[in-house]
Ligand binder design. Structure first.
Ligand code: URA
Length: 434
């Protein structure tokens, strides 16, 4: 078999066989197939697409390219959760302690920020000392001890995806449905959970901008998971504006803590309750949505979710005092208002541009080597459909560098459109697929 022939076959729009896909994944993981040939194949897939059968084969081959975690030493139904990535998406920070406080073991593998989207691991590192470098043994023993652990993707877990993801990130081949579905599902299958709840984002801040594409992606991932014997549920949710108000690592941690303290934004809480209900039902802790939502709300009201977050932060070496005193989280030296340029209803926020503005402040990576500034970002004061007067703050910008703040402010303002007429707010939860 020759890589050249595989590229040619896909370039010409033909279906690759299981053997050809395995040949590519094994060769690329071992280094025998080079980046330039893998890039050509990714671009061919981007334009010619993959069939359902090819996508399933690619997922399985990537999942099996490294270790498959065995979580059978953890008792109970392990339910994993994954988001396709968004702006201000701090869901895992609040949701996982809520679910763990309901008795579902959370053994979660998370990632770092990517492009304009943030990552759970970067956000968690806002707790001074926090580490996600756990061995599989430490990971499993912590879940057995306190019911929750989050680790970064190790080199041994779906290494083919790790390499391919980095390659796609720099070759403009991220936003292809089959490539996203296989990337996410290969990691989820290798991470060993019994059930998987997916948050598939749609809108200007998502990789899948069109709702029809997000629905197709959700459907594809549910099929792959179900076929692999894992109960898989997908929630398609709105990412046409940032989730909640905070965008930026420590700022999002604070918003998640506020939410667990009963003072969070409505949309963010609603998404946590929707995803959490799916997790509780998949984990056998609730019969229906109503019962699940009640159990989840109780963890906020009785403080058990916040306590679980503190336990989790402490177990992974972080300063858990910050859970109860958010002044201990990283803080920016400059906090300034970004003023509304005119009167009107906010009719649109180009959401990925808000993510890029935060990245320009230092909150995300410009290159793979960049070191993130955890303290910077933006806290919006209003969302789509709200009325603002000229000069009023649209957001508070947290920065450590005046020049960066000025450039980010320009980019941020370009993301906004205004209308003199009342604007309809978009629906947060578009669809739930199982
Ligand atoms: N998240 C992933 O893990 N992979 C993708 O391809 C896109 C989002």
């Amino acid at each position: 078999m020759r890589m050249y022939d595989i590229i040619m076959k896909k370039r010409n729009g033909e279906e690759l066989s299981k053997e050809e896909i395995r040949f590519f994944i094994e060769g690329y993981t071992s280094g025998e197939i080079k980046d330039y040939q893998a890039s050509a194949l990714m671009m061919a897939i981007y334009f010619q697409k993959m069939t359902r059968k090819e996508t399933a084969e690619l997922t399985q081959a990537m999942a099996e390219s490294g270790d498959m975690l065995n979580l059978s030493d953890i008792s109970g139904i392990k339910v994993d959760k994954h988001s396709t990535g968004g702006v201000g998406d701090k869901t895992s920070l609040a949701l996982t302690p809520m679910v763990a406080a309901c008795g579902i073991p959370v053994a979660k593998m998370s990632g770092r920020g990517l492009g304009h989207t943030g990552g759970t691991i970067d956000k968690l590192e806002s707790f001074p000392g926090f580490s996600t470098s756990l061995t599989s043994e430490q990971f499993i023993s912590q879940v057995n001890r306190i019911g929750i652990a989050i680790m970064g993707q190790t080199a041994d877990l779906a290494p083919a995806d790790k390499k391919l993801y980095a390659l796609r990130d720099v070759t403009a081949t991220v936003d292809n449905m089959s490539l996203i579905a296989s990337s996410i599902m290969s990691k989820k299958l290798a991470a060993g959970a019994d059930a998987i709840v997916l948050d598939v984002k749609t809108g200007s801040g998502a990789f899948m901008k069109a709702e029809s594409d997000a629905l197709a992606l959700a459907d594809e991932m549910v099929r792959i998971g179900t076929h692999a014997g894992r109960r898989t549920i997908a929630v398609v949710s709105d990412m046409d504006q940032p989730l909640g108000y905070a965008v930026g690592n420590a700022l999002e941690v604070k918003e998640a803590i506020d939410t667990l303290s009963g003072k969070g934004p409505e949309d963010f809480l609603e998404l946590c309750l929707t995803l959490g209900s799916c997790m509780l039902m998949a984990g056998g802790k609730a019969e229906n949505q109503e019962e699940a939502r009640e159990l989840l709300m109780r963890t906020i009201e009785d403080g058990s979710a916040l306590k679980k977050l503190a336990e989790f932060v402490e177990a992974q070496g972080g300063d858990a005092r910050a859970v109860y005193d958010t002044e201990l989280l990283p803080k920016a030296s400059i906090v300034r208002s970004v003023a509304a340029p005119c009167d009107g209803y906010i009719s649109h926020i180009t959401c990925d541009e808000v993510g890029i503005a935060s990245l320009m402040l230092g909150g995300g990576r410009e290159t793979k080597e960049s070191v993130i500034d955890l303290s910077v970002g933006l806290v919006l004061t209003c969302k789509v459909g709200d009325y603002v007067h000229k000069g009023e703050p649209l957001a508070w910008m947290h920065a450590n560098d005046v020049k960066k703040a000025e450039e980010a402010e320009k980019r941020f303002l370009e993301a906004y459109s205004f209308s003199p007429d009342v604007v309809q707010k978009s629906k947060l939860i578009k669809k739930i697929l199982e």
